[in-house]
Design a protein around this ligand. Structure first.
Ligand SMILES: [Zn+2]
Length: 278
């Protein structure tokens, strides 16, 4: 990346362009803002948002992100390919040295939050801070910890828990955020519904297993559902042997009929479909 000292964008007069320090560099940040817009950040402490793209000249205009009721900073940067030209001297406010590192941290926390739906916000934020934070850098390099946690949680909003059994599964959420092969089948027994989950790999292991161990836990499921039933088996890897859960059933009932239906179904290793028992 380098700084070009002239450009042909007509909306900025060449005389407005200040002479930049050679070490000033620009980086593009993907989706660092809440609305998923790209940001441009300079190594001397300014951030810019996309203003417009000129398809004829193939130039992108970035305007300073300081713009509110009190202050509208007129500084802009013109991007042409990998080169950037700025009129930095026109900023109407102080620079925030270190903001480039601060944005890297925010962007990484956001990306990690999107990938790891079920990891705690605290552990995601801690992990990124361990990797990226540098105490020797100025204050703007350290985003507010509480804000990072809040952003992280906001990005991982999950569908609302159903209040009765008349609900539709949010398959887009399950496929996108968990795995497209995790939801296996739904068993309906009158009013009651049981949802069965297992990955392809888990089903393969279950198929090979000589013995299945069946367990039920109750506190982890929300009301209207009764329990999380899991089928475990011993899995060997080299000299190690471990009991692993290989199938999960979120069950709305506990009659012998409910159990039979839920346990018989994986025996058939059926693909995604709905079974209804009268
Ligand atoms: Zn500015």
């Amino acid at each position: 990346m380098y700084v070009r000292r002239s450009f042909d964008e007509p909306s900025v007069h060449p005389e407005d362009v200040g002479v930049l320090e050679a070490e000033v560099t620009f980086s593009l940040m993907e989706s660092s803002s809440q609305r998923g817009k790209r940001k441009l950040v300079s190594s001397n402490g300014f951030t810019y948002v996309h203003k417009r793209f000129n398809p004829t000249k193939q130039t992108t205009i970035w305007r300073c992100s300081v713009r509110n009721k009190k202050s509208t900073c007129p500084a802009i940067v013109v991007q042409c390919g990998h080169s950037f030209v700025s009129n930095e001297c026109d900023h109407s406010h102080q620079a925030k040295p270190g903001i480039d590192k601060g944005l890297v941290i925010t962007t990484k926390v956001n990306a990690e939050s999107d990938k790891n739906m079920f990891e705690s916000a605290g552990s995601i934020v801690e992990k990124i801070l361990r990797e990226e934070a540098d105490d020797r850098l100025p204050e703007a390099s350290r985003p507010d910890y509480t804000n990072l946690l809040r952003n992280c949680n906001r990005r991982r909003q999950r569908p609302k828990d159903p209040t009765d059994m008349d609900f539709e599964l949010d398959m887009a959420f399950i496929n996108e955020k968990i795995s497209s092969s995790f939801f296996r089948a739904e068993v309906r027994n009158g009013e009651r519904r049981h949802l069965i989950f297992a990955t392809d790999q888990q089903l393969q292991l279950l198929k090979k297993a000589k013995t299945w161990y069946i367990d039920g836990t109750f506190k982890v499921v929300r009301q209207r559902f009764y329990q999380l039933l899991s089928i475990h088996s011993f899995v060997r890897s080299g000299d190690d042997m471990k009991q692993l859960p290989l199938l999960f059933a979120v069950m709305a009932g506990k009659t012998s009929e409910d159990y039979t239906q839920v346990i018989v179904l994986p025996l058939q290793f059926v693909p995604l479909r709905i079974f209804t028992y009268a």
